[in-house]
Design a protein around this ligand. Structure first.
Ligand SMILES: *[C@@H]1O[C@H](CO)[C@@H](O)[C@H](O)[C@H]1NC(C)=O
Ligand SMILES: *[C@@H]1O[C@H](CO)[C@@H](O)[C@H](O)[C@H]1NC(C)=O
Ligand SMILES: *[C@@H]1O[C@H](CO)[C@@H](O)[C@H](O)[C@H]1NC(C)=O
Ligand SMILES: *[C@@H]1O[C@H](CO)[C@@H](O)[C@H](O)[C@H]1NC(C)=O
Ligand SMILES: *[C@@H]1O[C@H](CO)[C@@H](O)[C@H](O)[C@H]1NC(C)=O
Length: 439
């Protein structure tokens, strides 16, 4: 009972820390154009092919249709997000941003209503600075109020605010100012800040307490690319810095390791499951950047895995951690979930053949009891394991085995993992025992 009380107090603590717009209490999910579609190629196509001048707008309508009709929306994938290169090179006569009329001939408000009609939400992109990274008009300090109001007038639901073409001083003013300006419009608009990525991602330059107060999510690190190297280097950076990053996350405020590239060209099926599993452990936003019109059924099955999504969307909102980094190349990740459940991911960095990894839940610091194990990607119940039972999992090269572990039914334990103490910022200073160990 004492533990339950502590959790309630912590919940209050977290609530006052998070940006107070009521949004994104679980990591946001949807689709984001950038990694798969960028803008240059599309732009060239548009110039070359006048019969195709609607390409850009049609892309977003197509993705909205797919999200609504192919079972994505019901699973939580509700955002349809535009990235850079949507704007006209010039502001209008009132100093407002306007969409490129060739790429968005019917305008953003129209696209917003198309998307809202399908039970989805629209995200847009801006940049704290004189220009966007792609060279389109940015939002310098004196344009923050008018741009926030423009997005609200268009009924936009989320803003990704990049940071090209500004310096540290301007960013320090601009990111909090945009948060205030969005709030002042009265429209709830999810706010994604690229600020920490421009500060190197770590304290003392980055103040994660402040970020949690002004942003719903933030990009800490570089852009993802469609390759396993890119996915792996991002995951490594986030888990190597988990002592700093893990306590920063919670309901309404998330670390963002960038888009899911599952369904593109660079990842094998095993690597795709690894990205999905590690992003769920990290409580990462799940923004797919792929072509939902032509996605393979294998990739779709991974992205639509209900238990993996359930782990990602756990209402307690505690980001997971790497528990173990073995010399053999096996790593074990853990995330505590509501109802005393948890998730484990066994991941192999090996490049030879499936590896048989032996452990027991006790070795992973689970307390005495019997646990029901569900294999997330095999989609089946496994044997019930006692904490002391030695088990072997076979992990493919660059693949994962992911388990959803129910609390022991026959037990009224206060928590089921020694790391259960690690419920968020208030407990973090006690969590030294959870740092990665080499066995
Ligand atoms: C603006 O901030 C206030 C105070 O933090 C909050 O109560 C309100 O819901 C916010 N409104 C929007 C639209 O974000
Ligand atoms: C122009 O669009 C048509 C119709 O989609 C397509 O078949 C053709 O390949 C495109 N041409 C170029 C140069 O992109
Ligand atoms: C940042 O940019 C502003 C506006 O261009 C300029 O006034 C200021 O001196 C710059 N600060 C630094 C530290 O470069
Ligand atoms: C970080 O931000 C918080 C909240 O805005 C503030 O109270 C604290 O002083 C800041 N920490 C540092 C080291 O600047
Ligand atoms: C288990 O807990 C002990 C004591 O807190 C700690 O030293 C050890 O590193 C933990 N092991 C794992 C795998 O987390």
């Amino acid at each position: 009972m004492r533990f339950a009380v502590a959790l309630c107090v912590l919940a209050l603590f977290v609530a006052t820390l998070a940006l107070d717009n009521g949004l994104m209490r679980t990591p946001p999910m949807g689709w984001l154009a950038w990694e798969r579609f960028r803008c240059d190629i599309d732009y060239k196509n548009m110039i070359l092919n006048s019969s195709h001048s609607w390409e850009c707008e049609v892309l977003f309508r197509d993705m909205a249709d797919r999200l609504a009709e192919d079972g994505w929306r019901e699973l939580g994938y509700v955002y349809v997000n535009i990235d850079d290169c949507w704007a006209s090179k010039d502001r209008d006569s009132n100093g407002r941003l306007q969409a490129d009329p060739k790429r968005f001939p019917s305008g953003i408000p129209n696209l917003a209503s198309y998307i809202h009609d399908r039970g989805l939400k629209l995200g847009i992109y801006g940049d704290m600075g004189t220009l966007t990274c792609g060279g389109y008009p940015g939002t310098p300090l004196d344009k923050i109020t008018i741009d926030a109001q423009t997005f609200a007038d268009w009924k936009v639901d989320m803003l990704k605010f990049d940071g090209c073409y500004s310096n540290a001083t301007e960013q320090e003013q601009g990111y909090p100012a945009m948060s205030k300006a969005l709030n002042a419009t009265g429209r709830p608009i999810g706010y994604s800040c690229s600020w920490p990525a421009y500060q190197g991602g770590l304290p003392p330059k980055v103040n994660y307490t402040q970020l949690g107060e002004i942003c719903n999510l933030w990009r800490n690190y570089g852009d993802i690319e469609d390759s396993w190297n890119s996915v792996l280097s991002i995951a490594d950076w986030f888990f190597n810095n988990q002592d700093v990053l893990q306590p920063a996350a919670g309901p309404g405020r998330w670390n963002d390791p960038d888009m899911l590239v599952v369904g593109d060209f660079g990842l094998s099926m095993d690597q795709s499951r690894s990205q999905m599993a590690l992003w769920a452990i990290m409580a990462a936003p799940l923004f797919m950047s792929n072509d939902l019109r032509t996605i393979s059924s294998g990739a779709r099955t991974i992205l639509q895995n209900k238990v993996a999504i359930g782990i990602s969307q756990d209402p307690m909102g505690v980001q997971g951690r790497r528990l173990i980094k073995e010399k053999s190349g096996i790593e074990v990740f853990w995330r505590p979930l509501s109802d005393k459940a948890s998730a484990l991911v066994f991941f192999s960095r090996r490049t030879d053949m499936p590896y048989r990894y032996q452990a027991s839940l006790g070795q992973l610091n689970y307390t005495t009891g019997s646990y029901k194990i569900y294999d997330v990607f095999a989609e089946r119940e496994m044997a019930t394991l006692k904490d002391s039972t030695h088990f072997v999992v076979s992990i493919n090269p660059s693949g994962v085995v992911m388990w959803y572990i129910s609390a022991p039914a026959d037990q009224d334990q206060e928590n089921t993992h020694i790391g259960g103490k690690l419920r968020g910022p208030a407990f973090h200073r006690h969590a030294n025992g959870i740092s990665p160990i080499v066995l």
